[in-house]
Design a protein around this ligand. Sequence first.
Ligand code: FES
Length: 119
Amino acid sequence: MAKVKLNLFRLDLFKAADGYFETVTVSYSPNETLLEVLQRFRDQQDPSFGYDKNCRLGLCLSCRMKINGRPGLACQTNVHALVEKSGQLIQLEPIKLEHAVKDLIVDADLASSLKENKR
Ligand code: FES
């Protein structure tokens, strides 16, 4: 398996108002999607990492995120192709930063409620 660095946005709005970026190294194989790599990262390296998924078919849009600054679907993004195109560092951010609740998970209502409670 090849390796690539992910620059992940990390946030836990239940604990703190501000997020930060964390760079981690993950393995990938040529046919894997970004969603599969994120699942393995959470399963094997950091169980606290938050991201959304559902259909894995590009239909539900729950895995939307900013991939190197552009909106994309993790379940439809081949990591090998991304590395070939953009290099060895992939930046991942919530699709809407203002709605981020936990790492890459966005929920506009919950984010608003948590921010209101911290005031
Ligand atoms: S998991 Fe449904 S679009 Fe990616």
